[in-house]
Design a protein around this ligand. Sequence first.
Ligand code: ADP
Ligand code: ASP
Ligand code: MG
Length: 476
Amino acid sequence: MSDLLVMKFGGTSMGSAERMRVAASICTEQKKQRPVVAVVSAMSKVTDLLLDSLRKAEAGDEPGLEFNLRALRQRHQDTCHALLEGGAREETWAALDALLSDFERICQGIRILGERPPRSVDEAVAMGERLSSLLMAAYLRESGTPAQAVDAANVIVTDAVFGNASPLLEETRTRCGEVIQPLIHAGKIPIVTGFNGATVDGHTTTLGRGGSDFSASILAATLNAAELWIWTDVDGIMSADPRSVTDARVLDEVTYAEAAELAYNGAKVLHPRTLAPLVERKIPVWSKNSFNLAHPGTKIVPSRPIESGARAVTSMSNVAMIAIEPDSAAVAGTRIMARALDALSAANAEVLAFSSSSYRQSFCFLVRNDELDTVMKHLEDDLALELAHGYLKPISVDQNVGLLAIVGEGMRGTPGLAGRIFMAVSRQNVNIIAIAQGSSELTISIVVRRDGLERAIRAIHAECQLGTVQAAPAVH
Ligand code: ADP
Ligand code: ASP
Ligand code: MG
C-alpha cells in the first residue's frame, strides 16, 4: 500500500491515560492524511511486572504474586476509568478483566506446577500488549476515530522459538491481507499488539524484550508501508544514551547500517532486529519523541553522504566474555575455533565481538549474559574430549566486563581514529581487555572492565566530539 504509515508507540508512550491520549491524537492527525496502522507496547513496566509475577508464581511466593496482580489490575483499571466513560468504559473493563483473569489463571497453573514452561510464559507475557491495545482502540473509537484492537497472534506468524521467535514473512503477508487490509479498507486504524506473534498452529510467541519495534517493522515490510515511525521518549537516535552522557546529541539522519550496529550493540532506542525486514524495500524509518512533538526526530535511511569519523557510541553491560585457550601444540587452533563457533550456532547465541591472537591461537568472544548458560553447556559438551585430555585450558568466563561500540560509516578509512579512541580510554585508567573491528570498519568494539564502562563512554564521546556543539574556550 503506497501511502500507508505504520506507527509504533513504546511503553512510555502508552504509560498512562494522558500518554494514550497523546498517542491517539497523533494517530487521528495522521489518519486524516493517509491510512495508518498502529503497533502498541504494553504500558511502561507492565512486561517487567508480568514476568516478575510468573517468577513469583514459580517460586510459590503467594504474597508477592498477590501484590503484583493487584498492582496490575489497579493500573489498568485506573487507566480505563481515566480514559473512558459510560458503556465504553464498562465494555472495555469487562474485556480487560477477562484478560487479567486469564493471566491470573496461568500464574496459578505455574504456581501449582512449580515451573514456567516457555509456551505458557509467552502466552502470559503477551497480555501486556493485549491490554494496552484494547484501551487505545476503545479510546480512539470514543473520540471519533474508527479503530480496532488486533492481537498480533492472528497476524504475525513465527517459528516456535518461544521468548525469541522469528517471523515467517510470507505467512505473515498472507495474514496481513486477511486481517489488517480489510480493516484499513473499512477506514479503521488497526491497533496491533507489539511484541507477540503466534506459531502456525496458533501458540502465542514473543519476539524478545523490546520486540515491539520489530513487530512494527515486520508489519511495515509485509504491508509495504511508505514509512515507519517509532514513537519513544527521546528526541531520536542520539550520539550516546542520554542517561549516560549528558551532552549526547540527536542525529538528524543515520543509515540503516549505522542504526543496526547501534541497536545490536546495546542502544535500547531500537530493537536489534528492527531494520532487517525493511532493507529490501528501503522503507524509511523515523525515531520520534511522543513527549516532544515539535522535534522532527531521526530519519533512518538506506544511504546518505558519509561524514568522516565516528557518529555515536553505545555500550552493553549485561555481557560475558568467554576465553578459550589451547594448552597443547597438538591441537589445531582453527579446528577448535570452528568447533566453538559450531557450538555457538547450536546454542542459537549471538556473538557480540570476537577477538583472536597469539601463537597459541587463543581466542575470546562476548555473548549476552542471559545466553551464557546455554552457550557454556554447548561449548563444554562439544569440547568435552579436548577439555578432559588437557588439550584445552578450562574455558574461562568473565562476567565483570562491558562492551563499548563506536559506530559510524565515516570511520572507514579515517586514519588515527582508533588510536585516539584507545588513548582517550586509557587516560581514564580504564584497561582495554579486547578489541574487535569488523572488516566493514563501521564499528570498533572494545571490551573493558565493567566499572570503567561509563567513564570510557564519556571519554570517547568527548574525544570524538560527538556531543552538542560546545562554545570554543575563550582565548586570552
Ligand atoms: P520504548 O519503550 O519507547 O521502546 P526504550 O526504553 O526501549 O523505549 O528506548 C528508549 C531509550 O533508549 C531512551 O530513553 C534512552 O535512554 C535509550 N537509549 C540508549 N541508547 C540510545 C541512543 N543512542 N539514542 C537514543 N536513546 C538511547
Ligand atoms: N513490552 C515489551 C517489553 O517490555 C516489548 C516492547 O515494549 O517493545 O519488552
Ligand atoms: Mg523499546
